[in-house]
Design a protein around this ligand. Structure first.
Ligand code: DHB
Ligand code: FE
Length: 280
């Protein structure tokens, strides 16, 4: 059977992709951020996933404000990236996993999560920056990725509790798949940030550290917050914590936090990296 071996949270800030393209990882501005990654890359090297289920938000490349699925997932065998105007180099196509994708889509829809199921889907920095930061040589083509997009851009947005529950169904779907696959979950985006409006630049270290702790020990405490409470405490784009909740919801076995790094700010955003091992 397929098993979930870990969940990893990571930032997706475009500036990280630009920094990697320009070899700026060792500069004082970026070093404390990139210094968090080698242990996670090493773990992925030592425990290679067959499949990554990647929870992210599409910022407008595939789903613009005029048509925005609340929950969408890919069932394609390949996902292309495109220029979004951030100055990040376009990355090689990401490989998909059609059989497990269709199994998950069927399970979710039969269990009341009405996903938008995408046979074609461009993936933006929310998906590609996490792939690049974990595999900086872009040698990820052997890893099959299932991208799952959660709306964090246009109101109304799904409740945090709904995202945790979505993750639970992902967990059941993955663990009922009849092939011996190692599956790693990525929860991308976050942490506190607000990119525009009167509070542009808002960051709350206190809220972020609370989320990093509760994600492991009591995710329901985060899930009990409303979208407007998340915005008050974590900024308008702090809603990206919903992807972390979806990831966490899929993990119901024993958890072990193997690595953690909090650093802020990069660009306008706080970053949180966590490697959470999962076993039964
Ligand atoms: C930034 C953060 C994001 O989450 C994003 O999607 C784009 C930009 C930033 O801080 O620059
Ligand atoms: Fe974002």
């Amino acid at each position: 059977m397929a098993k979930i071996t870990a969940g990893i949270t990571t930032s997706h800030i475009p500036a990280i992709g630009v920094a990697m393209d320009n070899n700026l990882e060792e500069t004082p501005y970026f070093k404390p951020f990139f210094d968090g990654y080698p242990p996670v890359r090493q773990w992925l090297h030592d425990n290679p996933p067959d499949v990554v289920v990647l929870f992210y938000n599409d910022h407008g490349l595939e789903f613009f404000l005029d048509r925005k699925p609340t929950f969408a997932m890919g069932v394609a065998d390949k996902y292309e990236n495109a220029d979004e105007g951030w100055g990040i180099a376009t990355i090689p196509p990401i490989t998909g996993e059609t059989e497990l994708s269709w199994h998950i889509a069927t399970h979710l829809i039969e269990n009341d999560f009405d996903m938008t199921v995408c046979q074609e889907m461009k993936v933006d920095h929310g998906c590609t920056v996490p792939m690049s930061v974990m595999w900086p040589d872009k040698n990820y083509s052997h890893i099959k990725v299932i991208p799952v997009a959660i709306n964090c851009e246009r109101h109304p947005m799904p409740n945090p509790s709904r995202c945790l529950a979505l993750g639970k169904e992902f967990g059941k779907a993955i663990e009922s798949f009849d092939q011996d696959l190692n599956v790693v979950l990525f929860g991308t985006g976050g942490m506190s940030h607000q990119l525009d409006g009167q509070r542009a630049g808002f960051i709350s270290r206190e809220f972020d550290l609370w989320c990093m702790d509760k994600l492991i020990t009591d995710p329901q405490a985060i899930a009990d917050l409303s979208i407007s409470e998340i915005i008050q405490r974590g900024g308008a784009q702090g809603v990206e914590i919903n992807m972390w909740l979806a990831m966490r919801g899929a993990m119901h076995g024993n958890l072990k936090l193997l690595h953690s790094n909090y650093y802020a700010p990069i660009s306008n955003t706080a970053t949180g990296l966590q490697l959470i091992e999962h076993s039964h």
